[in-house]
Design a protein around this ligand. Structure first.
Ligand code: ASP
Ligand code: MG
Length: 441
């Protein structure tokens, strides 16, 4: 069997769900288990409804709820069976009144409110599949995803979840039915609603896939998978056919937002490959994330981060005394500011931060022990690839490719799969283009 997970924009409307049904029908032989997110921005809306109600703005909460109901009604009009949604919305309305009376939104109540998005979408998608002629059944995720009780960030419990999946979903799949379930939601052992954290449907897909020993997990989104560069910086970025889990993790840190690798860890641990695909262009090959990925030239992708500030700190003594670095980092830590890149010499330290909210007091404190220079408007470019470290001459080739770009700071080694450097933000598009031409042609 395989798992196919569709995100909120892939199921945002009746038309989108029809596209999804076609994609799933094409995979019928592989016995898909389909996991869906809430339709479009439903979860955000639900949060707003819950917060308004608890803040005593009952009328506003009910107005938002009405809009949400209209949206779901409209997108299910073609089914002609809206009565299936009515009890769910009635329950949610009661909940809103309850919250307005209580005047607080505990994490447990927040989970209850947020769960309606996937409860609705999974039911709707299952009905649409049947409407389009697929043999589909809905299985209640809250009876299968058994979690601890850390509300809004609940952790799945492996053994009971596996047991429930084997009991409730596996026989249906074995019987040739397409099982549809909601992502993101679960319940404690005693049946209290929980959620796995925002964006948690990918995690659901990985947990369910691992529980049933899936051959593959497909994450369907609205982009062509992982790209060789940020398309906003370089328009000719190409999809990356395959990538290792560690490379994907490295890219995610740099803000490549396709999916968060931590969410697919349960699949990677079981050696189940994860394929990222585009539901608007199902013919595109997408990106395969696996424990190991075949070598692809020198680098897998170029990541970058804009809006970086460089801080140069020079010891006012001749040499850095011991404890100098510790003192510097204490100052940053005390102000809850994380440092991204670091380079040091005997007398100075250069580092970068992207959060400058606390920079003023940080600089004031550092100035007691050092000379400090701050310069904004920088960017970090990061070349990611499992082969970065073992390849001799690689930095020579990188810096030859961008020889007329002024490189301000370099770091290689913190991880074996990353070569990073700092440049002026204005040089970023040119640097990324030159590197892309040199390494991805
Ligand atoms: N619907 C949930 C959210 O928006 C979970 C997900 O989309 O993965 O956070
Ligand atoms: Mg989402």
């Amino acid at each position: 069997m395989i798992v196919m997970k569709f995100g909120g924009s892939s199921v945002e409307s009746a038309a989108a769900i029809e596209r999804v049904a076609k994609i799933v029908a094409g995979r019928r032989r592989e016995r898909p288990l389909v996991i869906v997110s809430a339709m479009a921005k439903t979860t955000d809306r639900l949060v707003e409804i819950g917060e308004s109600a608890a803040a005593g703005r009952r009328a506003k909460a009910l107005r938002l709820l009405e809009a949400l109901r209209e949206f779901h009604d409209r997108e299910t009009a073609a089914l002609g069976e809206q009565e299936i949604l009515r009890p769910i919305f009635e329950e949610l309305t009661e909940l809103v009144h309850g919250l307005a009376v209580l005047g607080e939104l505990t994490p447990r109540a927040r989970d209850a409110v947020m769960s309606y998005g996937e409860r609705l979408s999974s039911l709707i998608v299952a009905r649409y599949f049947a409407h389009f002629g697929l043999l589909a059944v809905h299985v209640d995720s809250q009876r299968c995803m058994i979690t601890d009780d850390r509300h809004t960030q609940a952790q799945p419990l492996d053994a009971p979840t596996r047991a429930r999946m084997k009991k409730l979903a596996a026989p249906q799949i074995a019987a040739g039915k397409i099982v549809v379930m909601g992502g993101f939601i679960g319940a404690t052992r005693s049946g209290v609603t929980t959620t796995l954290g925002r964006g948690g449907s990918d995690y659901s897909a990985a947990i369910f896939g691992a529980a049933l020993g899936a051959k593959r997990i497909e994450i369907w989104t609205d982009v062509d998978g992982v790209l060789t560069a940020d398309p906003r910086v370089y328009a000719h970025a190409k999809p990356v056919p395959q990538i290792s889990f560690e490379e994907a993790a490295e890219l995610a840190y740099f803000g490549a937002k396709v999916l968060h690798p931590a969410t697919i860890l349960p699949a990677i641990e079981k050696n189940i490959p994860v394929q990222v695909l585009n539901s608007r262009r199902p013919e595109a090959k997408g990106t395969r994330i696996a424990r190991r990925a075949a070598a692809a030239g020198q680098f897998r992708a170029i990541a970058c981060k804009r809006n970086i500030t460089l801080v140069d700190i020079t010891s006012t003594r001749m040499l850095m005394a011991y404890g100098f670095l510790a003192r510097i980092f204490q100052v940053f830590a005390a102000h809850h500011t994380s440092v991204d890149m670091i380079a040091t010499t005997e007398v100075s330290v250069s580092l970068t931060v992207d959060d400058t909210r606390h920079l003023k007091p940080i600089v004031a404190e550092l100035q007691r022990i050092a000379r400090v220079e701050v310069s904004g408007g920088k960017a970090i470019v990061c070349l990611v690839g499992d082969n970065v470290r073992p390849t001799p001459g690689i930095s020579g080739r990188v810096f030859t490719a961008i020889r007329d770009v002024n490189v301000i700071m370099i770091s290689q080694g913190a991880s074996e799969r990353n070569l990073s450097f700092v440049i002026a933000e204005t040089d970023l598009p040119r640097a990324v283009r030159l590197l892309h031409e040199a390494f991805f042609k």
